[in-house]
Structures are given as structure tokens and as C-alpha cells.
Design a protein around this ligand. Structure first.
Ligand SMILES: *Cc1c(COP(=O)(O)O)cnc(C)c1O
Length: 410
């Protein structure tokens, strides 16, 4: 008899976006003629940069010829891409990484979900709240999160609330935690940490022997100078942090699938007897066993992001989305709403008026303004009373959505 991993049974049954889809379907059945503007789901809409398309075509042709065909590549990724990453994403910021510290992945979700395999199941963990659901769910699956309590919290997870009161800057924990996930710029709040604020986390991690998993999927959207692009800009971070990046939001790779994970050679964790083990070695071993690399064609596409044309094209797409973010921020503020984010991230975190719940405001906005958002409470208990809107739409829909919301709230 095969016994199941019963931790999976603890996972909350239905997923946020399927609940939203059900509510949208109900609306559509009762209002077949009304058109909806969707500012809910966090997927990009701009097509791939032409530089990436050209690189993929060329790579496809190479695959079609005996002389240039490529089979299995290195599990860690091809050197051409790793070198482009080191040279463009880190060296200009004074961060020196070696090729062996970068692992090309098939998008950040897999590695953010899998990285916990390197640690015993009984480590304590912490997350900022609200946050990208993968961190908690992947820890529920291995039993690390404990059990779900009545108030929506997991028993072995320390929640670090990010609220209006603390300016969405989580407080440093008053006790030690083994593993903490940070995501900046943040999904869903769209807020960031300054260098000084991130330094407090690195110092905490060094003092408490904590492993930080730093998800920088939205790094390319940073506009302000004082916001760190990489956690390794903070001194000491190579001793305490893994950083995960993605080309999904940066360059429209949500359907292509590529990103990378940085595991510095200096980074260690302990055995029960107190010996230190390099996590880079463990992750490499894990990848060699369970992963056979991102496709060659995809890695050539990612490499093209770093060419002069690629950089320009990526910037144009990000500027396009950030123009939406500005339209949304201004439009919602004019409608008398309180909004956060949208400056260094493609997300607007809207506070519902009069303390209305996330789901109630979601339904009102759906039925009365025909605009779809994402209920903030779906990202964690501290998201209650907020709605996430994304800047990934097109300009005219985004502007029209703001008109609808303004007329509705008048
Ligand atoms: C979109 C997203 C990712 C990664 O997505 P992939 O497409 O798997 O690279 C990772 N973290 C956060 C916070 C995200 O919003």
C-alpha cells in the first residue's frame, strides 16, 4: 500500500484564482453583454522582445543541423547565459559572483518552491504577510508549516505583518527563525525596502544564523535609487541569503520559462552535530539529480535580453507597464482611494474604503464597475481589507478601468 504524504491534505482546497474565476463566470452568465476589464491576474501581456525572438529562431535552426545540434546541456545552465547575468545584473552593482554560484532555472516558481528541500522539515520559518502563496504552500507540503489554525495562520509559521501602520515594512522578529522568505519589490503590495531596511534583515540573519530566501522577481521594475536590486548589495548577504530571479515579468517570459537562482559558495547551514555544510554543493547535487536544465532555445532567448537591443526592448515594455501603474495610482487617488505600491513594481495595493472586506469590495467592483481585481486576503491574513491591481494590461483598458471606478465611487 502506498501511503500518501498527508501534509498535502492540509493544503487549503481551492486556490485563490479559481475562486475568482468562478465569481467572474457567475457574473458573465447573469450579465452576458457587459465587458469586464481584468486587472487581477499577474501575467504579462506585451509580446516577447524581438531580440529574444530572433535568438530563438537562430537556436531552433541550430537544433536542426547535425553540426550545431545540442542535446542535454549542463544542469546548472549554459556558460553564455551565466556570464551575461554576472556581467549585467551583478558586476555593475559591485556584486562579484562566480559562475558556479548561478543556477539557471525554468522560472522562479520551481526553485522558490523547491529550495526548502535543502533544509530539515522541522526548521522554523517566517514570511512577510501578505505574500506570494508559494512560500507557505511549499512548506505546508513538507510539514514545515505545521497545522492551520482557526484564524487562518499556520502554527509553525511566523507572520511578519506588512500593513499601512508600519508602511509595509515588516518588523524584525523578536526571536530567532531558521528560514525567512523576503520578496522585494513585493508581490502583492508593490512596496519595497530601502538599502537601510534590507540591511537590518541581513544583520538579523547573520546574528541569528537565519537563511534568507530573497525573491527578486520584480527587480527590473525598480525606479528609485535607494532600493537595492540584489540582496548581495548588502554586506554579509552572501553568508546568509539565496536570491531568486525570473525573466517572466522582466522580459515577458511567463510562457517561455527561465530565471535563475544564486547560491553563494560562502553560504552554509548546520548539521545536527554542528558541522557547517555549503548549500551551494547541496543545491548543485539536488539539481543534477532532479533537473536536466532549461532548454537551449530558451537560454539563448534569455541571453538576448542582455544585448543592447534586448535591453532597450525590455525597458520599453517595462516603461509601458509602469505608465499603467502611474495611470492607476493617479486615477485611484482621484477617486478618493488610498493606494500603495506602483512606483517600483507593477502592482497597486488598494485599501478598501470604510473597512470593507477584500471579497466584498472585489464583488462590488466586479458588479458595479465591471473591473476585476484580486482580493488581498488571498495573499495572507494581513491582506484583508485590500485589493491588488496589476499594471500588466494595455493603456486604454487601464485608463477605462480608472474612469469606471471613478464614476462608480462618485
Ligand atoms: C511571478 C512571480 C514569480 C515567478 O514566476 P516564474 O514565472 O515562475 O518565474 C516568483 N515570485 C513572485 C513573487 C512572482 O510574483
Amino acid at each position: 500500500m502506498a501511503l500518501v504524504n498527508e501534509h498535502f491534505l492540509k493544503l487549503p482546497g481551492s486556490y485563490l484564482f479559481s475562486d475568482i474565476a468562478k465569481k467572474i463566470n457567475t457574473f458573465k452568465i447573469t450579465h452576458p453583454k457587459q465587458d469586464l476589464i481584468r486587472l487581477g491576474i499577474g501575467d504579462v501581456t506585451r509580446p516577447l522582445p524581438p531580440a529574444c525572438i530572433a535568438a530563438m529562431h537562430k537556436a531552433v535552426d541550430e537544433m536542426g543541423s547535425e553540426k550545431t545540434f545540442r542535446g542535454y546541456g549542463p544542469e546548472q545552465g549554459y556558460d553564455f547565459l551565466i556570464e551575461a547575468i554576472i556581467k549585467n545584473d551583478f558586476a555593475p552593482r559591485g556584486v562579484h559572483l562566480s559562475a558556479g554560484e548561478i543556477f539557471i532555472n525554468d522560472g522562479a516558481k520551481s526553485d522558490t518552491g523547491n529550495i526548502g528541500e535543502l533544509l530539515r522539515w522541522d526548521n522554523s520559518m517566517g514570511i512577510t504577510d501578505p505574500v506570494y502563496p508559494v512560500y507557505v504552500d511549499s512548506n505546508i507540503m513538507c510539514g514545515r508549516a505545521g497545522t492551520l489554525e482557526d484564524d487562518g495562520h499556520w502554527s509553525n509559521v511566523t507572520y511578519l505583518p506588512c500593513t499601512e501602520e508600519n508602511g509595509f515594512v515588516p518588523e524584525i522578529p523578536d526571536r530567532r527563525i531558521d528560514l525567512i522568505y523576503l520578496c522585494y519589490p513585493n508581490n502583492p503590495t508593490g512596496t519595497t525596502l530601502t538599502k537601510a531596511e534590507l540591511k537590518k534583515w541581513v544583520d538579523y540573519a547573520l546574528d541569528n544564523d537565519t537563511l534568507l530566501v530573497f525573491d527578486a522577481a520584480y527587480e527590473a521594475f525598480i525606479r528609485e535609487d535607494d532600493v537595492p536590486h540584489s540582496i548581495y548589495e548588502i554586506k554579509g548577504a552572501k553568508k546568509c541569503a539565496i536570491e531568486i530571479r525570473s525573466f517572466s515579468k522582466t522580459a515577458g517570459f511567463t510562457g517561455v520559462r527561465c530565471g535563475y537562482t544564486v547560491v553563494p559558495k560562502e553560504l552554509t547551514a548546520a548539521t545536527l552535530t554542528g558541522d557547517r555544510v555549503a548549500l551551494n554543493k547541496l543545491w548543485n547535487r539536488r539539481q543534477c539529480t532532479k533537473f536536466n536544465g532549461t532548454s537551449y532555445i530558451t537560454q539563448r532567448a534569455a541571453e538576448a535580453i542582455y544585448t543592447p537591443e534586448g535591453k532597450q526592448q525590455v525597458k520599453a515594455n517595462i516603461d509601458y507597464y509602469m505608465e499603467n501603474a502611474r495611470t492607476m495610482k493617479e486615477g485611484l487617488e482621484k477617486a478618493g482611494l488610498k493606494v500603495y505600491g506602483g512606483v517600483n513594481a507593477p502592482y497597486i495595493w488598494l485599501k478598501t474604503p470604510d473597512g470593507i472586506s477584500s471579497w466584498r469590495f472585489f464583488e462590488q467592483m466586479l458588479y458595479e464597475a465591471n473591473v476585476v481585481g484580486t482580493p488581498g486576503v488571498g495573499f495572507g491574513p494581513s491582506g484583508e481589507g485590500y485589493i491588488r491591481l496589476t499594471a500588466f494590461g494595455n493603456h486604454s483598458d487601464t485608463a477605462e478601468a480608472m474612469r469606471r471606478i471613478r464614476n462608480w465611487l462618485k
